[in-house]
Design a protein around this ligand. Structure first.
Ligand code: FIX
Ligand code: ZN
Length: 421
């Protein structure tokens, strides 16, 4: 059916974006079979590392050690008191908790954390996963799976994920960012590698990657990289990329996902909350992507200042799909700016957002908040088209939104969306 008026257009875009199920291409969530690796519930929500960093800003009197000695419940109590009772929770991470509690139907007027906790004591993980995915409109979740983590590796020996809604991504940070300890872990797993990368090391790393690809069936291999990431580089990281990851990505036909721009542990006392960001050299992305046209690359960058050049780089390289407003960019003002710019430069050949959820419940807020902005930007773009005389059909808008919320990802992978009817 054709769209006739701007009011009809805006209402239709908002409704379509709200109702179209999402493929969430990067999260830190796990299927139920991974047991306590899956975080969920109000105490995990409140102890999210984004909120830990924010709480410490208001508590100069509190020592880091005292905080880390507390139990999870005590930490959650402290964060609730500091960020929600002593101050108004309008930072994006705090507002996220409010959105989640509201969407779960809790009475926010009581501000009674104990009464919210009572609900979580009664509910079963499997029912809760169903409820959250349904409420969030998320059909597929891509996990972050670390074969260097002993605890997670055991879960894979037990079969991994049998839930078709949770798909794997092979995360290989230690190979690229910590070879001096990674090589020992590889040895423990039976691979004949050496610290100086001599002999059969490259072949053995490739064997390791192929073995894990066989075990996990990952949609892609992924790494986060520091802001001074360089390519090509006469370094161990450069060799691992050239001799191991790129050939395996090509042979296995899966993309290499690069998440660039992290400065890890600028404040180690904050643990996971102690990482920061820095501007990166887009030249490294240009060279790796254009030098390997037969490898697919998924790239996100952490610095706001890299976003425009990253989108232009994607225009030049069809083997590059850019994704998400990552971490410190996952704020409404920046999501709007970046999404607008990307749609203007790339049309629908982009993945505007991923959630990066660490706690299942966060799917509710990350997607609610992002959907609102994506709908706003898309509404503006279609309005411009309507005013320019383009006739818009509802089916075409539906098609476009499906692309942005997951279709473009599956097309890029060259795989059918497993949840498609
Ligand atoms: O490296 C990553 O995948 C990052 O997203 C995380 O490590 C980070 O701590 C995070 O949770 C960001 O949202
Ligand atoms: Zn992440």
């Amino acid at each position: 059916m054709a769209i006739r008026t701007e009011e009809q257009l805006i209402a239709f875009v908002q409704e379509t974006v709200r109702l179209t199920p999402v493929t969430d291409i990067h999260t830190h969530l796990f299927a139920e079979s991974f047991g306590d690796l899956l975080l969920w519930g109000v105490d995990d929500l409140l102890t999210y590392h984004y909120l830990i960093a924010e709480m410490f800003r208001f508590r100069p009197d509190l020592s880091y050690d005292d905080f880390w000695r507390m139990s999870k419940t005590e930490r959650a109590d402290l964060i609730w008191q500091t960020l929600f009772i002593d101050h108004s929770p309008y930072s994006e991470a705090c507002r996220g908790v409010v959105t989640v509690l509201n969407r779960l139907g809790f009475d926010l007027s009581t501000r009674d954390l104990e009464s919210y906790r009572a609900y979580f004591r009664e509910v079963q993980a499997s029912d809760y996963i169903d409820r959250i995915l349904e409420l969030a409109g998320v059909k597929t979740v891509v996990m972050t799976n670390d074969p260097f983590d002993d605890y997670e590796r055991e879960r894979w020996s037990g079969g991994g994920s049998t839930d078709p809604r949770f798909l794997a991504a092979l995360r290989i940070d230690p190979l690229l960012n910590g070879w001096d300890s990674a090589y020992m872990k590889l040895q423990q797993q039976g691979y004949a590698v050496t610290q100086d990368f001599s002999g059969d090391t490259a072949a053995e790393v490739r064997r390791f990657l192929h073995d894990w690809i066989g075990r996990m069936n990952p949609l892609y291999m992924a790494v986060s990289l520091p802001n001074d990431f360089a390519y090509p580089e006469p370094s161990l990281r450069g060799r691992v990329i050239d001799e191991c990851i790129l050939p395996v990505a090509e042979e296995a036909g899966i993309p290499f996902a690069l998440m660039i721009g992290v400065k890890r542990k600028v404040n180690p006392s904050l643990k996971d909350a102690g990482d920061s960001l820095g501007y990166s050299d887009i030249g490294a992305v240009e060279r790796i992507v254009s030098g390997h046209p037969n490898v697919k690359f998924l790239v996100t960058m952490l610095s706001r200042e890299n976003q425009h050049e990253l989108a232009v780089t994607a225009r030049k390289n069809r083997n590059l799909l850019i994704f998400g407003c990552w971490w410190f960019l996952n704020n409404p003002s920046l999501i709007e700016e970046i999404t607008r710019m990307r749609l203007e430069l790339l049309g629908g050949s982009v993945i505007p957002q991923h959630s990066d959820c660490r706690v299942l419940d966060q799917l509710l807020y990350k997607w609610d908040h992002s959907r609102t902005i994506i709908a706003k930007v898309l509404g503006d773009k279609y309005t411009d088209l309507l005013r320019a005389g383009w006739r818009l059909e509802e089916d075409e808008i539906r098609r476009d939104v499906e692309g942005l919320l997951g279709g473009a990802f599956w097309t890029f992978l060259g795989k059918p969306d497993p949840s498609a009817k």
